[in-house]
Ligand binder design. Structure first.
Ligand SMILES: [Zn+2]
Length: 265
């Protein structure tokens, strides 16, 4: 098995794995850019990711946020590459040092997230060839950051893109912050988008614009319905009548209600 490995260029390697459970299938993409590893992937894929990290040893690691599918192998990197720094949001260093308490469906789907040693994000992470700005934007989670390489026009967005038309969001997500994050992205001069679950997109700017427009339109519809006196639960049922399976499995950790409830600042 192993991850499917492709090269964006000589120094930029992309690892692609798949995770499935009860008919829910998700892709996971790891980016190893000139020795900088962006997210470690989930422990569930450890047998596939370890050979990748041994073949392309990281010199530095940035985790975009602390969800278990992004830092599941961080503790393993601590033990195999003890001198390699792992950067996370400054507010979450204590959290990274304790094991994440996960609901059963996440432990099964992604695996555990064991304690690991992290250091606070610097403003810029350098490799031999590239220089990445780390920009904290929140949105999907309080600690979420994006990485921007201005010379190359690359943007690594963790879980802030996923799709142009999301119908569910994670319970920690603050939709209006996600919208602000999309605005922030569009203020940067980028072309290539690298998403943790949908991979590389050369038309990144177009996709981020589409997602921004979708959320803005949704915001207007929610606001108009609120003005007419509808409650959030009613608005949710009107705008998202079909509930995908993930809502049930996750017992509401993922839902359309999570998009609606935080769409207004
Ligand atoms: Zn996440």
């Amino acid at each position: 098995m192993g991850l499917r490995v492709s090269r964006f260029n000589d120094r930029f390697i992309i690892g692609h794995g798949k995770v499935g459970y009860l008919g829910v299938n998700l892709n996971v993409f790891l980016y190893s850019v000139d020795g900088l590893l962006i997210d470690t992937g989930p422990w569930r894929l450890a047998n596939e990711i370890k050979p990748f990290l041994l073949a392309f040893p990281p010199k530095k690691v940035v985790v975009t946020h602390l969800h278990e599918d992004h830092c599941g192998l961080a503790f393993w990197i601590n033990s195999v590459y003890p001198k390699v720094p792992i950067y996370a949001h400054g507010d979450r260093i204590d959290v990274s040092a304790t094991e994440a308490k996960l609901p059963l469906y996440r432990r099964i789907f992604w695996g555990r997230r064991r304690p690991f040693r992290a250091e606070p994000y610097p403003n810029i992470v350098e490799t031999d060839l590239y220089s990445f700005e780390i920009i904290h934007v929140g949105g999907h989670s309080h600690d979420h950051a994006i990485l921007y390489e201005p010379k190359e026009g690359w943007l690594f967005v963790g879980d802030l893109f996923l799709t142009t038309r999301p119908i569910v969001a994670f319970y920690e997500e603050i939709t209006y912050q996600t919208l602000q994050a999309l605005h922030k992205m569009l203020s940067l001069d980028f072309s290539d988008l690298f998403c943790s679950h949908s991979g590389h997109h050369s038309n990144g700017r177009e996709l981020i614009t589409k997602k921004k427009e979708y959320l803005e339109e949704l915001y207007e519809r929610v606001r108009a319905l609120k003005e007419r006196g509808y409650a959030l639960e009613e608005i949710d049922r009107m705008l998202f009548p079909k509930k995908p399976f993930i809502v049930k499995i996750s017992q509401g950790e993922w839902s359309s209600a999570n998009i609606i409830k935080s769409i207004e600042p």
